[in-house]
Design a protein around this ligand. Structure first.
Ligand code: PLP
Length: 371
């Protein structure tokens, strides 16, 4: 039995007639860019999240850059970013002329450690980007209270956490602005690149929309230097077909995670944890294993695909070599780098597949220990 790391085909096939019809409709109406399909998705997504405004853009990385600019972050500012996240989070900070300042993560939950934020704040610190990594909300109460204390803006990076909740409230509505990615393998994924910026501030939404569309306030009237980052109609139509199913897909992910938890409970491995007030949506199911590379190879030999998110924590990437970040400053992010292993996770996984992954994982660990 081959077990892929993600399976986009099954989801497509499960709703094929609806997708095909929706796509054909966009094409036959030539509603290719922005337009009514994008608007319909923006409204539906804002309502799902319980936020006032949604501005759909071309991808999640653009959403980060535009979102930061829309809340007034720019050249010379420092922005706090977790040491373990996808590179796009810190890349966006650099691309707007600001400097990412990394904060170590929590050993149990993998998110920004609120206890390590304060020591990184300087007079130049202007914003903080909590990432709800792997689908688990960051500790928003503590982060928001520090942000208030030091007058920092907050951008939530929700690229991995569509529909995750913190103390009963959906992520994306806590900070000044939040961003989403609909990259195909995300929990809500398009059939290409797509992203969104959400906010409860009308002013921020307006600014983001202006930046994303050449600063154009009316035909041929440009009020600022913006860029082109718009959602195309086909992606909007696909996302609108998927959105009503998101809750059931998230529930299926949670059930799959619960089965993994149960089978791995006697393995001694560190399995994902979540505070009881958070609804983890398991974009990724990450465990920590000894001899990770060897174990991963053994699983691959058995046709089980796994991943590592992320094999090199951000401060240690080549891109930041000049900054001389110290290992000793990021002990948690550094210690977990060589151990984390992401197991296959999607709504369509079957119990048999999960049992097989766990059996093979336990065998691989036992074998690698005897070598
Ligand atoms: C995927 C991802 C992004 C970037 O989104 P794209 O749509 O691929 O540009 C940003 N941040 C995080 C945490 C992500 O997982």
């Amino acid at each position: 039995m081959h077990i892929p790391f993600v399976d986009l085909k099954s989801q497509y096939l499960s709703l094929k007639p609806e997708f095909d019809e929706a796509i054909l409709k966009v094409v036959s109406e030539t509603a290719f860019i922005s337009g009514r399909y994008a608007k319909a998705f923006e409204e539906a997504f804002a309502e799902y999240l319980g936020v006032k405004h949604c501005v759909a853009v071309a991808n999640g990385t653009d959403a980060l850059e535009i979102g930061l600019k829309a809340i007034g972050i720019g050249a010379g500012d420092e922005v706090l970013v977790p040491a373990n996240t996808f590179f796009a989070t810190s890349e966006a900070v650099g691309n707007i002329g600001a400097t990412p300042v990394f904060v170590d993560i929590d050993a149990k939950f993998y998110n920004l450690d609120p206890a390590k934020i304060e020591e990184k704040i300087t007079p130049r610190t202007k914003a903080i980007i909590p990432v709800h990594l792997y689908g688990l909300p960051a500790e928003m109460d503590e982060i928001m209270s520090l942000a208030r204390k030091y007058n920092l803006k907050v951008l939530e990076d929700c690229a991995q956490a569509h529909g995750a909740t913190y103390k009963g409230k959906t992520v994306g509505g806590f900070g000044d602005v939040a961003t989403f990615s609909f990259y195909p393998s995300k929990n809500l994924g398009a059939f290409g690149d797509a992203g969104a910026i959400v906010t409860n501030s009308g002013e921020t939404a307006e600014k983001a929309r202006l930046i994303a569309n050449h600063g154009q306030i009316a035909k041929n009237r440009h009020s600022l230097t913006g860029r082109n980052s718009r959602l195309d109609g086909i992606q909007a139509a696909v996302l609108s077909v998927k959105l009503p199913h998101l809750e059931s897909w998230l529930e299926a992910r949670r059930q799959n995670a619960a089965l993994y938890d149960e089978i791995l409970s006697d393995s001694g491995l560190q399995i994902p944890a979540a505070p009881e007030y958070s609804r983890h949506t398991y974009h990724l199911y990450v465990v920590q294993v000894p001899n990770r590379d060897e174990v991963q190879q053994k699983l691959s030999d058995e046709s089980i695909e796994t991943g590592t998110h992320y094999p090199i924590a951000l401060p240690f990437l080549e891109a930041y070599a000049d900054s001389n970040y110290q290992l000793s400053d990021y002990p948690v992010a550094h210690a977990q780098m060589g151990k984390i292993l992401s197991l296959p996770m999607y709504a369509e996984l079957t119990p048999e597949m999960i049992e097989k992954v766990c059996r093979s994982l336990k065998n691989a660990i036992a074998l690698s220990a005897t070598n």
